[in-house]
Design a protein around this ligand. Structure first.
Ligand SMILES: [Mn+2]
Length: 443
């Protein structure tokens, strides 16, 4: 894999030396923005010119548009592996730095394909899109950019239980350069929000009873004798110790390794927090804002992103309150959330997964979040590791059941999605429930 990445580095070097404008296309989530940032920062440092576009997904029309642009090198990051056949026909050079599934198409000589799956490495947990992007610039002496690969990994939920595989290798690069690992309390916005919000907005690791609940967080802090309006960073050391001891009682994982870039501004020092900021930009469709922060803009850009993040967090809290109030609709072996509310519709998958982890949704049944989009329904399915061990495979269930109704779906055993015609909603739910029941009885 490293040899393949070096091939990409060499191709990139050649184009930098020729003083060309390099075209970067990347994905719109925290990982995709981090991937674009690794490459853009590397090119900026080499005084190379580049032009970046962030897109939600690659489609034939996007590819065909790009094909007609006059560039000698295209770089696709956190996407592209499903389009090798099309990209092979480009007249220019192409680098694909991705970590999604590959389809077995061989690359032509104009294309260097960097993807862990080509080397039997699991791209869903051992390397992010930003990681693939980092490996393609690593030979240009860019270890100080390795931390972006870890931000991307956090964005794709790869680092939360520690890093493994190629991610671990990249972590070592980062540690040799500018990254420090510190044991600390893993609550969010320690230096930017009052303490009760830091607790209520912490979802990973979950703090059942506090996560998503501003009132409960306030009451909890009052009970242990801490001022709820103060920022964590302004607490005295002994107060920090009291808080840590009390939170560990709720979830021991709340104290652990934090990955820190000491030279960064307070809001972006912690890589998980950095990923949350980029995620908030992505979720609000402000991809350019996320990218400009990641290539070094601060002040105004960071302020705007913080506002977006506040707005997004408030939506999540409202969504979790709705779940508490209404609860999911119960079927025999599964349950679902459905609302036509405009705000709730956009965060259905997110609140379904947070609801499970903070235990406001019963975790002994898989949960579906349903959002109506015109004539279709978008479905996000979530369950727990425990249920997967008992036989649940949401990817398979959602694929098979949605195919029955002319829809499509798939994904992982623990998290998956589907799209079905609206009129099939009730039949779909019925059949899905039967499917889960049969998955659970098969062992
Ligand atoms: Mn990704």
């Amino acid at each position: 894999m490293l040899n393949r990445a070096s091939e990409a580095s060499n191709m990139l070097k050649e184009h930098i030396e020729n003083d060309e404008i390099i075209r970067i296309i990347s994905h719109n989530d925290a990982d995709g923005i981090s991937a674009a940032a690794v490459i853009a920062n590397a090119l900026k440092e080499e005084n190379a010119q580049f032009h970046t576009t962030i897109v939600p997904r690659l489609k034939d029309d996007v590819i065909n548009q790009l094909r007609h642009e006059q560039h000698d090198l295209f770089i696709f990051s956190d996407m592209g592996s499903a389009f090798i056949k099309e990209l092979n026909t480009f007249k220019s050079d192409v680098i694909v730095a991705d970590h999604h599934q590959v389809d077995g198409t061989e690359s032509e000589s104009n294309l260097v394909h960097v993807n862990p799956h080509l080397f039997d490495i699991d791209g869903s947990k051992d390397l992010s899109g930003a990681g693939s992007a980092y490996l393609t610039v690593r030979d240009l002496d860019k270890r100080h950019l390795a931390y972006f690969a870890l931000i991307g990994a956090f964005g794709d939920m790869q680092g939360q239980d520690g890093f493994s595989g190629v991610n671990k290798f990249i972590l070592d690069d980062a540690k040799e350069s500018n990254l420090e690992i510190r044991e600390d309390l893993k609550i969010v916005s320690k230096s930017s929000e009052p303490l009760f919000k830091s607790l209520a907005y912490t979802f990973s690791p979950p703090l059942p009873g506090l996560s998503g609940d501003l009132e409960a967080s306030t009451a909890f802090l009052e009970k242990i004798g801490l001022s709820y309006g103060i920022k964590f960073s302004d607490l005295a050391d002994e107060e920090k110790d009291v808080l840590t001891a009390e939170l560990i009682k709720i979830n021991p994982d709340i104290f652990g390794d934090c990955y820190v870039i000491p030279k960064e501004v307070p809001m972006l020092k912690d890589l998980e927090e950095y990923a949350y900021i980029l995620d908030a930009c992505g979720k609000n469709k402000k991809f350019g804002l996320g990218l400009s922060i990641a290539i070094g803009e601060r002040d105004k850009a960071l302020e705007t992103a913080t506002e977006l993040q506040r707005k997004y967090r408030n939506q999540i809290v409202k969504g979790l309150e709705w779940i508490k109030r209404e609860g999911p609709v119960q079927l025999n072996s599964s349950q679902y959330l459905y609302s036509e509310d405009k705000l709730l519709k956009t965060i259905m998958g997110t609140i379904a997964s947070i609801g499970l982890s903070i235990e406001s949704i019963d975790s002994s049944k898989p949960v579906l979040g349903l959002s109506r989009l015109h004539k279709d329904i978008k479905i996000s399915g979530r369950t727990t590791r425990d249920m997967v061990e008992k036989g649940v495979d949401l990817g398979k269930a959602l694929r098979d059941v949605s195919n029955n109704f002319g829809g499509q779906g798939g994904g992982h055993d623990i998290a998956a999605g589907a799209m079905i015609p609206f009129e099939s909603k009730d039949d779909f739910l019925h059949l899905f429930d039967e499917m889960i029941e049969s998955q659970l009885s098969n062992d």
